[in-house]
Design a protein around this ligand. Structure first.
Ligand SMILES: Nc1ncnc2c1ncn2[C@@H]1O[C@H](COP(=O)(O)OP(=O)(O)OP(=O)(O)O)[C@@H](O)[C@H]1O
Ligand SMILES: [Mg+2]
Length: 350
């Protein structure tokens, strides 16, 4: 490294990543530095494409370098994103996914499938490679919510090809059965069915695998958490007391299973269910509050017609709230992976 490169790197090592709270050089986010006359050119590799903070990086890098490194008067920054690989997952599961996120709740009907779908759609829209598994084996809703209806996956080399919508790869038992014939499965078979949605499907490389769980603390979340090392779980609750106390049980279950709780989403906030219950719960349990989604008829309509509001009506207050939620969750995932991985957050592997 030339002197000038070293000076620029030293200056950049004072720039703190706004969410991970570590400097961008030790996080290995600065790549391909070249000095061209009075311009320092480099790439910043973000830990998620769903990062809204480019301007913050830009300002901080300018403030750190310009004026402190002699002869450098401008920066030319290129942007890239690589979701880190959660070392907990790597190698343990025969599915090339970099992170594995469950969406859970204590009470039914609070909006897990809606949150899962909108989260997946927003991350895919940002450019991430996203898989979505319908962990609700017995009552799958994702075929409707993603607009895929009763499509059937093709089978190639004994593996199912996931269906795709909004750039998301999706698997659900709803694609394997007919709507008028319910699945009847108990304990071990249910366990097997969830496993198969991972292992018998040709997922390809994924940045985020999201699993939409059925409500409660029953077999499905248990078997998922025991079969697969989860990067973290997003807890969805409605604002009212009964939902919140069920969410509390769900958080306790995941904590017992040593699954990091990424945080709490308060869904359907507004006049009808009230507001603030989810935030209060997060505070009391010492877990992050991830955001509040308003009760809004367009969310329900989007679900019924298979058009996630975050894509279909991005300017709608609920659409905006889901967009923000996706960014917050992506940042939390990066943070948790940084902890799981001890030091190296960016990919050493593939
Ligand atoms: N913010 C919202 N505003 C209005 N309607 C919503 C909102 N979030 C979800 N809904 C609607 O509420 C209903 C339940 O949502 P959803 O199916 O996502 O919940 P769930 O937690 O997955 O339910 P289950 O426990 O049955 O799996 C759906 O009709 C959905 O469209
Ligand atoms: Mg659901």
């Amino acid at each position: 490294m030339t002197d000038k490169n070293a000076q620029v790197m030293a200056a950049l090592s004072t720039v703190i990543e706004p969410e991970l709270h570590r400097d961008i050089v030790s996080l290995n986010m600065v790549r391909d530095l070249q000095i061209d006359g009075s311009t320092a050119k480099f790439t910043i590799v973000l830990t998620t494409p769903a990062c809204p903070l480019k301007n913050v990086f830009l300002d901080r890098c300018n403030a750190a370098v310009i004026g402190s490194v002699e002869g450098i008067t401008s920066l030319d920054i290129r942007w890239d994103a690589q979701v880190p690989t959660d070392r907990k997952i790597n190698g343990l599961v025969n599915v090339p996914m970099r992170s594995l996120i469950a969406v859970a709740s204590g009470k039914g009907g609070v909006g897990k499938s809606t949150v899962s779908t909108n989260l997946a759609a927003a991350l895919a829209y940002a450019g991430a490679r996203v898989g979505l598994i319908d962990g609700d084996i017995l009552n799958p809703n994702l075929p409707t919510m993603t607009g895929l209806g009763h499509g059937h996956p093709a089978v190639v080399n004994n593996k199912m090809i996931p269906l795709e919508a909004y750039g998301i790869k999706i698997m659900s038992t709803g694609f394997l059965t007919s709507p008028d014939k319910p699945m009847i499965l108990r304990g071990p078979m249910l366990h097997g069915a969830i496993r198969q949605l991972f292992t018998d499907v040709e997922w390809g490389q994924l940045d985020y695998m999201i699993v939409d769980l059925p409500p409660g603390t029953g077999d499905a979340p248990l078997s998922l958490a025991q079969s697969f090392p989860l990067t973290g779980v997003v807890i969805v609750t409605q604002p009212q007391d009964v939902a919140v106390s069920d969410a509390l049980r769900s958080i306790a279950m995941f904590e017992t299973l040593n699954v990091p709780v990424l945080g709490v989403v308060e869904n359907m906030a507004g006049d009808f269910f009230g507001q603030g219950g989810g935030e209060k719960l997060a505070q009391e349990r010492g877990v992050p509050f991830l955001g509040r989604i308003p009760l809004n008829a367009e969310v329900r309509i989007g679900g019924d017609y298979g058009r996630p509001i975050v894509i279909n009506l991005p300017e709608n207050p609920a659409g905006k709230a889901f967009q923000q939620l996706a960014e917050t969750v992506a940042a939390r995932i990066s943070m948790v992976m940084l902890q799981n991985n001890d030091v190296i957050p960016l990919n050493v592997i593939g």
